[in-house]
Design a protein around this ligand. Sequence first.
Ligand SMILES: [Zn+2]
Length: 269
Amino acid sequence: MIEAGCVQADDRQAGYAHRRIDLMSWTTYRDRLLDDPIIFLPVGALEQHGPHLPMGCDAILAAAITARVAEALDGLQLPALTYGYKSQARSGGGQTFPGTTSLDGATLTSLVRDIIREVARHGGRRIAIVNGHVENQWFLTEGIDLALRELASSNRQMQIVRCEYWNYTPQAILKGIFAGAFPGVDLEHAALLETSMMLALHPELVAMDAIPEDATGQFPAHDSYPHHSRGVPESGVLAPARAATAAVGITLIDSTVAEMVSALAREFA
Ligand SMILES: [Zn+2]
């Protein structure tokens, strides 16, 4: 158990369970909707994350960060979507790994549209979709857009934000962690950032001795189809992860959550 920062006393989000819509009765949910809470939807993927991290990493991290932000903003949390859009070579290693289990774009778009429509039917008016998987971004946007278009005729007022949690991590924190050698979010797949945050949250799910020695992925500036794995390190880890520590993970989570809380508080004010 890590005893530092906001990760303290959190084992599998137990401290935040009272915000989980899937763990409440419908009557509790109905009553809490009267306060017009922000309703959070974390989204991840089932995707290879190297030999040392679980494949549910993106959803686990998105849900953990969401739980903390929802706590700070008195929001409610929907169950995470634990499947995402197809892995791309330059950001997730691509679709060639066993276990990577991906949705068509239209499927993800429909899931998001349907969930928004249902929340609107319940009377929810404010939604924040917290994305943990690079490849999901535009399909989430499409789901939001289709839902809003559908709801426009029904007089239901909705405000929706789509965010990628990593965009809130302060640059100064990244500079400190990478000493100026930050490879970029895409290449950070299963690498220092995700491994550190998983060490902070779920050390029992990280196999430190399986962290590979592979070099950083080398890619052209384009994507190729059909998918191939040229340039993808054999391990699926796209940048070095060996320096990962729980302390780095706590710093990342705390600073990211703090920024996200103030940004979303302003947005939904
Ligand atoms: Zn990931």
